[in-house]
Design a protein around this ligand. Structure first.
Ligand code: GLC
Length: 646
């Protein structure tokens, strides 16, 4: 059967006729290699009739983007092809920020590159910076124009200049690709409202409530407080439009191949601006199916496969990260399972680990977390977890009822406890978070708050309490830096910034307390980042140290999975990484007292003289045969370096 490859080759040869033979041949080889991925993905979504035509259009776009790609980015494509596992390297450390809240604007971010390098950052996720709607834009996640920058942040040239400077300094730029929805003010939505039938077809629009009501029977609500329901009546459309998030964020219709072609252009456009990782925002929601939650539908993965194949043909330096905050089994699909293996995203958020870290710190007990984390199915060896403790979003208590039951807890009661603990309602809790989206139907209460406020730095009144809070802070970070994915810091955490007390004052923010943990970086505090007598100094240097140590440990390459060891002491989480370069045993004391771990067990695992890479010393057992971990200690145990072996 003619799948169109030869037609695509002819067509692309014309586009690329001005290039040298070897440059053209490189494109042809990629096209041929990834063509089946493109076709299979399209076929699964749109059927054979449409596939050939859409595939040809995609090939044409890929060739044009390849032609226009900056020579420096072509070089990067080659460099990445030589090191396809670059995201898995222990040198990777991430930082995520709003450009304006971090450094004023894009030029300001460029001036802060040295600061990021001090922290060991090699991956910079800047929150949405394409032109959003005016007023509340959900932090930029309501994009009005994908081809322009938010005016107060700078211009496209500033973005190109920033991505180039970052690249020159070994930092990869990560940007959001918001592909589930556009702002109501986006040109497609405006055209639909003005009566364009073509553009109406870009959205899910229903003339009456029949279908919306049928869908809503099984749809969960994302923002029950400020955006209940999933459909919004639009008078200009004279219809109900699908709006999963806010009423001014219109879900696009991926069942329409024209939508796919539009986003293909956007992917190539961002790639040629120097973006190296695209964070596929809210990707779980792309495909709607009656009678389901309309999340994690199989078509989502086929669509991702198409976009990924396109990127691999035109701009292979670009990788994809899934923003899918869903249960473990669904989550793994985003990293490529079955026929999609190796063909979709390389990165996904380890939401479970994040939630379990907060749970362990609140309960000072690792049993639930050890059980839940060891029950996770293995991820593909080519994939990498984004390991994080805080990000720009709230924390939802994704504790599985079966996991809770396995260790004698009730899922709902434990989730209730965590909400009480982290909102500071629980009597002995030092945390000072805020309740976000209390869902009366399910009883769920999510939590906003900065890392520092959640670990107890906002409520600490004595040096001892400060020490304990910093202990919790650095322990949580040691876990994520030692997990083997990319640890990503959320801006402000490196200086232990507290909740922004004035979060509600900015225009459009008052209803959304996630802004409490999105403070403007305090550069006065940053000047004290090397001062070990300050909280900021202790946290900043502690994090930079973890990044440095991590970069030198091949055991932390992400291709190897972290195994969770059987619980010995209830207060200590034990992990094991069996890397061909050597073993790494992680021991993490989640309590404020000294805790034992049997030295014989560590020896059985293969470490006779365990060397803690974080504190740079051999740890010796006590007379009782135990290694004793100080309060909130995190150890990365390996064989001693050569010099220490004699
Ligand atoms: C993602 C973002 C979140 C945003 C939502 C809608 O989940 O992380 O901040 O509200 O998408 O775009």
């Amino acid at each position: 059967m003619d799948d169109g490859l030869s037609a695509a080759q002819t067509q692309c040869a014309t586009v690329l006729s001005g290039l040298s033979d070897d440059r053209r041949e490189l494109f042809e080889l990629r096209l041929e290699h990834w063509w089946p991925d493109l076709g299979d993905g399209l076929n699964a979504v749109y059927g054979t009739q449409t596939t050939r035509d859409v595939a040809l259009q995609l090939a044409q776009r890929a060739a044009t983007a390849y032609l226009e790609r900056d020579p420096d980015l072509h070089r990067l494509d080659l460099v990445r092809s030589l090191e396809p596992n670059w995201l898995q390297q222990p040198r990777m450390v991430g930082y995520a920020a709003y450009a304006d809240r971090f450094a004023g604007d894009l030029a300001g971010v460029e001036r802060r590159i040295e600061y990021l390098k001090e922290l060991g950052v090699s991956y910079l996720h800047l929150m949405p910076l394409l032109r959003p709607r005016e007023g509340d834009s959900d932090g930029g996640f309501a994009v009005a124009d994908y081809r322009n920058i938010r005016p107060d942040l700078g211009t496209l040239d500033d973005l190109r200049s920033l991505s180039q400077s970052l690249r020159d300094n070994g930092i990869s730029l990560v940007l959001d690709l918001v592909l589930n929805h556009v702002a109501r003010e986006h040109a497609w939505a405006q055209a639909a409202r003005a009566g364009s039938e073509r553009h109406r077809g870009y959205f899910h629009v229903f003339p009456d409530r029949t279908k919306p009501d049928a869908y809503e029977r099984t749809l969960p609500e994302i923002f029950p407080d400020f955006a209940p329901g999933s459909f919004t009546w639009d008078p200009a459309l004279a219809g109900w439009v699908w709006t999963t998030f806010n009423e001014w964020q219109w879900d696009v219709n991926w069942g329409n191949p024209e939508v796919l072609l539009e986003y293909a252009d956007i992917v190539l456009f961002l790639a040629n601006a120097g973006v190296e990782v695209l964070r596929l925002d809210a990707i779980a929601f792309l495909w709607k199916r009656l009678g389901t939650t309309c999340q994690n539908q199989p078509e989502v993965h086929s669509i991702t496969q198409v976009l990924r194949a396109l990127a691999r043909i035109a701009c292979p330096a670009v990788s994809f990260k899934a923003e899918a905050i869903v249960g473990p089994t669904d989550l793994l699909q985003y990293l490529g399972q079955g026929t999609h293996h190796g063909k979709v995203c390389d990165l996904a958020y380890h939401n479970s680990l994040m939630v379990q870290i907060w749970s362990m710190l609140a309960t000072r007990d690792v049993r639930l977390s050890s059980h839940a984390l060891s029950a996770l199915p293995p991820a593909p060896t080519s994939s990498t977890w984004i390991c994080y403790v805080r990000c720009h979003d709230d924390i939802g208590w994704a504790i599985d009822d079966d996991d809770a039951a396995a260790v004698g807890l009730s899922g709902p009661a434990h989730r209730h406890f965590l909400s009480d603990w982290y909102s500071g309602v629980y009597p002995t809790s030092p945390a000072r978070g805020l309740t976000f989206q209390h869902n009366l139907a399910t009883g769920d209460r999510r939590i906003s708050g900065t890392m520092a406020s959640l670990v107890g730095l906002a409520s600490a009144t004595s040096p001892h309490e400060v020490d304990l809070a910093i202990g919790r802070f650095l322990l949580a970070r040691a876990i994520i830096f030692g997990w083997g994915g990319i640890p990503v810091l959320w801006s402000g955490d490196e200086l232990a910034m507290l909740n922004d007390a004035d979060w509600a004052d900015e225009e459009g923010h008052a209803g959304d307390n996630r802004w409490a943990h999105r403070p403007r970086l305090d550069w006065d505090v940053a000047t004290r980042r090397h001062d070990p007598t300050t909280v900021a100094g202790r946290v900043f240097t502690g994090l930079a140290h973890l990044a440095r140590v991590r970069a030198g440990l091949p055991q932390l390459h992400a291709s190897v999975a972290t195994e969770v060891l059987e619980v010995d002491d209830w207060g200590v989480l034990g992990t094991l990484r069996r890397h061909p370069a050597g073993l790494l045993v992680g021991l993490y004391n989640v309590t404020d007292s000294w805790r034992p771990w049997s030295a014989a067990r560590v020896a059985e695992l293969g470490l006779d003289r365990p060397f803690d890479a974080i504190s740079d010393r051999i740890v010796e057992p006590d007379a009782d045969g135990n290694l004793w971990l100080p309060p909130y200690a995190g150890w990365w145990l390996a064989d001693p370096p050569e010099v220490d072996r004699q």
